[in-house]
Design a protein around this ligand. Structure first.
Ligand SMILES: [Zn+2]
Length: 102
């Protein structure tokens, strides 16, 4: 489980605290999925502190009337689906599959 101490995340690579782990690629040369696999974090665990998630969610809902038209304008499910890699190619997924299906 990702550590969340007093609203901050502790990076398992460098031990520093962050609100979101956006430094992984630049500082540790890791993708988020590589980081998750290296530290046994499930795909669903966000690399953002709970305090930031709550604030973002609250602000989004407060301005949903402004966001929804922009989202609907950008809504292109066929284009998005073409860009997705199959789940079987996710590094973290491979790790989890080998744990559950040895
Ligand atoms: Zn770090």
């Amino acid at each position: 489980m990702l550590d969340d101490t007093d609203g901050w995340l502790i990076c398992h690579e460098c031990g520093h605290t962050y609100l979101h782990l956006t430094h992984l690629a630049q500082t540790h040369d890791m993708l988020s999925e590589t980081y998750r696999a290296a530290h046994g974090l499930p795909l669903g665990v966000p690399l953002v502190a709970a305090s930031v998630q709550t604030r973002t969610r609250t602000q989004w809902h407060a301005h949903a009337d402004l966001h929804m038209p922009a989202l609907e304008e950008q809504w292109k499910p066929n284009t998005a689906q073409k860009g997705n890699r199959p789940r079987s190619q996710w590094t973290s997924c491979d790790e989890q599959d080998s744990l559950t299906n040895p």
